[in-house]
Design a protein around this ligand. Structure first.
Ligand SMILES: NC(=O)c1ccc[n+]([C@@H]2O[C@H](COP(=O)([O-])OP(=O)(O)OC[C@H]3O[C@@H](n4cnc5c(N)ncnc54)[C@H](OP(=O)(O)O)[C@@H]3O)[C@@H](O)[C@H]2O)c1
Length: 269
């Protein structure tokens, strides 16, 4: 089994790198000596991050500003990476959005964009870059799922379902790539102190007592890669909660989830 080196100047592509967990991944990889391809819609934030990674860590960066919910975005990313002569050794599929509210009250387009971003673009990028990683018997893919993948979430029904897809898909890839030199990790953060909840229409998100810092989530991923874990749930509180949830009768679990979703993550009105 090849252990990914965190010392050489290798290239990693990170989606959703302009903020939150994606930005924390970019800073951590640059600190470990990697060059980065940064993808998100906000070009100015990506360029400012690229300057910072260059100044602080001497990292080279390619910025690709695009909307990953658009169907041609991933082909465009692949083309730009190849034109730049970059051979990726790492891919972090991190970009995702949520939407809080009763399913039928949220506009359908929001859900379709969410599925395009959270699921379709992740599958496409994985397919595009896993090919060459397998050819070289070397590489690493981190797909960012969520603890939301383990139970249905009322008021975030489609989001939780997209994350169940990501976990199922990624663990299957972990099995398929085992022993090949390509590492695959399914990363499940719990509530994390980013602007994700606000963008999804939740309030009290950052005040959640279980909320972690994005850097702690990234640390979990790096640790899990070293041990070739299929899945890493970030935070002992989240791991304990999931363990207890598995002991509950299913209807009790569903009722508890509903109370939590109604009280902690109330809709922004
Ligand atoms: N925060 C949490 O509590 C939490 C919990 C569990 C799992 N997660 C997962 O962690 C990952 C990162 O979330 P986060 O908390 O860091 O969220 P965040 O702070 O809201 O960041 C989301 C990132 O995705 C980018 N993005 C959004 N829509 C995009 C699009 N259409 N095309 C390209 N990029 C897009 C955003 O940049 P632009 O706006 O510039 O495009 C931003 O860089 C997601 O997969 C999320 O599901 C988060």
């Amino acid at each position: 089994m090849v252990t990914p080196s965190f010392n050489a100047r290798r290239w990693v592509l990170i989606t959703g790198a302009s903020a939150g967990i994606g930005e924390a991944f970019a800073r951590r990889f640059a600190r470990e000596g990697w060059n980065t391809v940064l993808v998100a819609r906000s070009r100015d934030k990506l360029e400012s991050l690229a300057r910072s990674l260059g100044q602080q860590h001497g990292a080279e960066t390619l910025v690709i500003a695009c909307d990953l919910s658009q169907h041609d975005a991933t082909d465009e990313i692949y083309r730009k990476v190849k034109e730049a002569g970059i051979r990726l050794e790492g891919l972090v599929n991190n970009a995702a959005i949520g939407a809080h509210g009763k399913f039928h009250e949220v506009v359908l387009d929001r859900y379709l964009s969410m599925i395009d971003l959270n699921v379709r673009s992740l599958v496409q990028l994985t397919h595009l870059f896993l090919h060459e990683m397998m050819d070289r018997s070397r590489g690493m893919i981190i797909n960012v799922s969520s603890t939301a993948c383990y139970q249905p979430l009322s008021y975030s029904s489609v989001y939780a379902a997209t994350k169940s897809f990501v976990t199922s898909f990624t663990e299957a890839l972990w099995l398929e790539t085992k022993g090949t030199g390509v590492r695959v990790l399914n990363l499940c953060p719990g509530v994390t102190k980013t602007d994700f909840g606000t963008a999804a229409g939740m309030r009290n998100f950052r005040q959640d007592p279980l909320a972690e810092e994005p850097e702690a989530v990234v640390e979990t991923a790096f640790r899990a890669l070293k041990h070739d874990q299929p899945t890493a749930v970030s935070g002992w509180q989240n791991r304990l909660r999931l363990f207890l949830e598995r002991l509950m009768p299913h209807r009790v679990l569903l009722a508890a989830v509903d109370v939590y979703q109604k009280t902690v993550h109330r809709e922004e009105r």
